[in-house]
Ligand binder design. Structure first.
Ligand code: SD4
Length: 329
């Protein structure tokens, strides 16, 4: 694309954003009708661009949102040079790479794994929990045993660079994840398929150098991901503890149910995070939380605490990376 077309596209997006904001300030609690589209897929961070391509392959052939989100997030999961998702991720403080993932479909079927080691695609294990067990969540060794029983391969290979970084970290052992660097760990993806059905997936290696056994928001339905096929879907990234505290993704969906646009809903959830940080006398500068949301009409939005969070959107007009608006400018 040449720079003039780039510029025109950016201007059109900026104009659309302004219109949305005007609508929101006039009627923040009313249903704002804006033009949505389907199929559409959105996902967190820059690696969402590649993941969206894989999801779009499914959606563009009239495939199901559930298959699209699984295929999409498997891209960063399978990339061993990705330091924040899958087995290439940064380890916990004891040197173990432990993975969290969950998936939710249009019927509110749910599946989740937490603190899972040695498996390349935790999202597919989460889907197997959803489809093949009477439960919704398996953790640790139980999750690994289940995965092996389903034919998933045990991977024992370690990523040298990741191990080297961890050994460096051990010299100080200071757990203070660097905002937008050590904590941009998660791919959350939500999609609306051509039949108008929503699904979502979320997968991560979690916060770098976390305590062994720590579980974040990403495998917790309602925190890292939520889908309500009548309303919309949302997913989260950032400091899992803060997302869990407000049951973040469920909150975003409930706010959309009350008539907020996806962006307004994400913003209100972020404001809730901020409020609770202040009540607890915590420094907002130390954390990042970002939400992305998609409603039933295919309108999307995002909001985060600190600037620097971006998300990828793929619909019939192409795939693009957008900057999220933020609470701290
Ligand atoms: C966690 N929410 O484990 C994940 C980390 C993350 O962007 O999303 N970082 O808390």
């Amino acid at each position: 694309m040449d720079s003039r077309r780039d510029f025109l596209k950016t201007s059109a997006l900026a104009a659309a954003a302004v219109i949305t904001n005007v609508n929101e300030s006039k009627a923040s609690s009313l249903k704002v009708s804006s033009t949505g589209t389907k199929p559409i897929v959105i996902s967190t961070w820059k690696f969402g661009m590649q993941a969206n391509e894989a999801a779009w392959e499914v959606l563009n052939k009239n495939g199901k949102a559930l298959d699209a989100v699984e295929a999409g997030v498997k891209v960063p999961e399978g990339n061993m040079s990705e330091r924040s998702v899958g087995l290439g991720g940064r380890p916990d403080r004891d040197g173990h790479v432990t993975l969290d993932a969950c998936i939710m479909d249009e019927f509110s079927n749910i599946g989740s794994v937490a603190c899972l080691e040695h498996i390349k695609h935790p999202i597919s294990v989460a889907r197997a929990v959803m489809e093949k067990t009477p439960h919704v969540m398996l953790v640790g060794d139980g999750a690994l045993q289940f995965a092996l029983s389903q034919g998933f391969q045990k991977v024992t290979e370690v990523v040298e660079e990741s191990q080297r970084e961890w050994k460096e970290w051990l010299k100080t052992s200071n757990y203070k994840p660097i905002v937008n660097i050590e904590n941009h760990d998660t791919i959350g993806m939500i999609a609306l398929d051509a039949n108008g059905n929503l699904s979502g997936a979320c997968t991560t290696s979690g916060m770098a150098y976390k305590m062994h056994g720590r579980v974040g928001d990403s495998p917790i339905i309602g925190a890292g991901l939520y889908v309500d096929n009548e309303v919309g879907a949302a997913t989260a990234t950032g400091h899992g503890e803060e997302v869990i505290r407000i049951a973040g993704s469920h909150l975003v969906v409930e706010l959309m149910r009350q008539g907020r646009t996806p962006e307004a809903a994400c913003r209100e959830a972020v404001e809730r995070v901020v409020k609770l940080m202040k009540i607890r006398n915590k420094n907002l500068k130390d954390i990042q939380v970002g939400f992305i949301a998609l409603n039933k009409s295919g309108v999307y939005g995002a909001y985060c605490v600190q600037s620097g969070f971006n998300y990828a959107v793929h619909d019939s007009s192409g795939n693009r990376l957008l900057d999220s608006d933020s609470y701290m400018k």
